[in-house]
Design a protein around this ligand. Sequence first.
Ligand SMILES: [Zn+2]
Length: 361
Amino acid sequence: MTYIKVIVLGCSGTYPESGGACSGYLIDTGETNVWLEAGPGTLPNFLLHQQIENLDALVISHEHIDHWLELPVIYNALKYGLNVSVGREGGNAKKSSPDPLPVYGTAGTLGALESLMQKSLFPVIDFRVVADGDEVEIGNQSWRFCQTDHSVETLASRVSVKTDAGSVKTDGVSVKTDGVSVKTDAGLNNGNGSSDEIDEVSEISVAYSADTGVDWNPESVTDGADLFLCEATFASSANSAFNFNNSSTTNGLSSGSQHLTARQAGELAKRGGAKRLVLTHRRPNTNGSEVGGGTGTGTAGGNEDGSELEDASEIENSSEIEDVNEVKSEDTYFKEASEAFGSPVELAEVNAVYNIVSTMS
Ligand SMILES: [Zn+2]
């Protein structure tokens, strides 16, 4: 069985909502674990799901601090918690010799990290600069990078795993179509297309937008993607506080802060050919997040009690999730994105788990 499991470690844009964390996703494909985006607050959530010894690499999309500021803390965990003994080859067993953790990111991210740390990252971290069009193999995961429309060099990504011919089934936080209103189907294997039978599948894949404005062609990462994590910072252009439609371009990079509204994310995902859309990187206290706004409203995370967090990772049977999504059906953020995408979208929640599974036919 081949699978990609995506676990949300944080999904707030710009700064974390109450009880939340900025961007972070664990991409688990069985033999390989890659941590995508190390936003502030993501390490404690990572540790709920995986040991840092089992981490194979980190991928950071760009230099804005809500996407990488946990890295110096991860450095501490590696150096002082593990003595740099990242036991990737031996499962949970620590290796006797230091083994730096590969971190893939832009040159700008390396510069920002070095200026903050003021010391050599090596041998704790082995930073490997990547750019538009680069492809890297990390264990059984194939990664491809594509520059987006953002104020600094920013890399969207697609991670894929080769698979034998068969069918693909996705589940996780699921929705069922009812016009554009949504009710959670706690039983999964729902009727909205999330359970997807496809013959002759050669790979399963997950796409990630990183941060972007509307002037990005997403197809090289989103076409046919089984799951697309797309930023939707704003509920509507009315609450995009700055420069939303007022940018200029210099050297191929846009000035101003280029982000998407929920509707624009839906349009982009549809244009890009993604099969399933999960909105993320929502800025706290925007119009959309005030209603059913993730863990901050005491929903999936249930943050008062650690045991509830544990339950939240078993999201299949959570009646709380159902309540949340019923609230979200009223939400402009959700509604406009679903209209634009053509089927109900899903909203990222901390500790939500999405499974993409390929089974032999
Ligand atoms: Zn950014």
